[in-house]
Design a protein around this ligand. Structure first.
Ligand SMILES: *Cc1c(COP(=O)(O)O)cnc(C)c1O
Length: 380
């Protein structure tokens, strides 16, 4: 019998120490509502590092997608193509606008959406394509961008996983009309709950500033372009407290360190598990050389559900919180009730065979070795 060891969680929210410093500094400014100093600092950071010219810090990635749906004026009868291998949040913002979701299938080699599946689902009612860069690994963006252009569709990147990841040297988040990031505690960079909308399509700049400010032109007022602000449009409150932004800024100032660590762990898993890949016991992600991922998730793939579930049971029993990922949206009870049975074989394959391994900033090499050891023990 092996020694029992402490529980190894799947994730622990990253904390660097810098966050508290900035939060107290925000408190002393006496301004802790939205659009404060730290919100601006975060926006400047994103502009400088990733050339995101126009960003909105939002309470969540879900909110950022809701903002996008409002801006695109999605309405009843519109069709939105969304991958099924994702969270409800990728689709819900469009359901709220009464659009019809058309689910696209995954690739065989990646959980990411397949270009062919998107292409065959485009109709005259299609208004937009949403992609999810699963695990911070970019989708096939050249092909998807040309599909969107050719058919005059909006392109939205659900980049919840994808901060600091690149496609052909371009940062993810810069490739669609809109991109939505998440700073939820499960993501690489966090402020507990938080998100960001990146606007790349100039057409929406002005209205975005109004929609996020409860439908008022307050931002023009803050820029001193007008003497008082008023209600001019529909909108909501899509801003975050400067306390939250201060926490986020603390993380951004440590971005390099956080990313370096995560990447080290990701590579260690990859190298140590390579033997099992060569022996065809498991499959490791084979990432294209034009894609630079961000070590958001380390996943392996089993050959079938039975083996995957047995591996998960073995790891969980030994205190390792490995997990499956995404119950696909097209098989959810919510969608099934309204849309009936839909079949997406690759998505279902991923749902049944993927295993996510513990990966977090404060993880130790010893913990990683324990995970690896237990995986080997299972396959022996
Ligand atoms: C985490 C996540 C979201 C939601 O992020 P929130 O900030 O919690 O709203 C959306 N899409 C994907 C793919 C995610 O992983």
């Amino acid at each position: 019998m092996s020694e029992p060891h402490h529980l190894i969680p799947l994730n622990r929210p990253c904390f660097t120490g810098k966050e508290l410093e900035y939060i107290s500094s925000a408190l002393y400014t006496g301004k802790i509502a939205g659009d404060g100093i730290f919100t601006l600092k975060c926006q400047e950071f994103f502009k400088k590092k990733y050339h995101f010219k126009k960003t909105f810090l939002t309470p969540s990635c879900t909110d950022a997608l809701e903002m996008a749906a409002l801006l695109m004026e999605i309405k009843k009868g519109d069709e939105i193509i969304v991958p099924s291998f994702t969270l409800s949040s990728t689709a819900n913002p469009f359901i709220l606008r009464e659009a019809k979701i058309i689910f696209a299938d995954s690739q065989k080699k990646f959980p990411n959406v397949s270009v062919e599946s998107i292409a065959e689902k485009i109709t005259h009612k299609t208004k937009a394509i949403v992609v999810v860069h699963y695990a911070g690994i970019a989708c096939e963006m050249s092909e998807i961008i040309s599909l969107a252009k050719k058919n005059n569709l909006f392109l939205i990147e659900d980049a919840a996983h994808a901060l600091d990841a690149y496609y052909k040297n371009k940062p993810l988040g810069l490739l669609g009309d809109f991109a939505a990031f998440s700073f939820h505690e499960t993501k690489n960079i966090t402020c507990g709950e938080g998100g960001m909308l990146v606007l790349n399509n100039k057409k929406f700049m002005e209205r975005a500033e109004i929609i996020c400010q409860k439908g008022t032109d307050r931002i023009r007022f803050l820029k001193k372009e007008i003497v008082k602000y008023q209600w001019t449009d529909i909108g909501s409150s899509f801003v975050i407290s400067d306390l939250t932004a201060a926490f986020l800024y603390g993380q951004l100032m440590n971005l390099k360190k956080i990313q370096r660590r995560r990447m080290q762990f990701w590579k260690m898993y990859f190298d140590k598990l390579s033997v099992l890949h060569q022996e065809r016991k498991i499959l490791l992600p084979q990432i294209h050389d034009y894609v630079k991922h961000n070590a958001h998730i380390f996943y392996i793939q089993c050959h079938n559900k039975k083996e995957r579930d047995a591996l998960l049971r073995h790891l969980n029993k030994n205190g390792i919180c490995a997990a499956f990922h995404y119950s696909s949206l097209h098989t959810s009870s919510f969608i099934r009730q309204q849309y009936g049975k839909i079949s997406l074989p690759q998505t279902e394959q991923w749902e049944n065979t993927i295993v996510r391994l513990p990966l977090f900033f404060q993880m130790s090499e010893k913990q990683l070795d324990t995970v690896v050891k237990e995986i080997f023990r299972f396959f022996q």
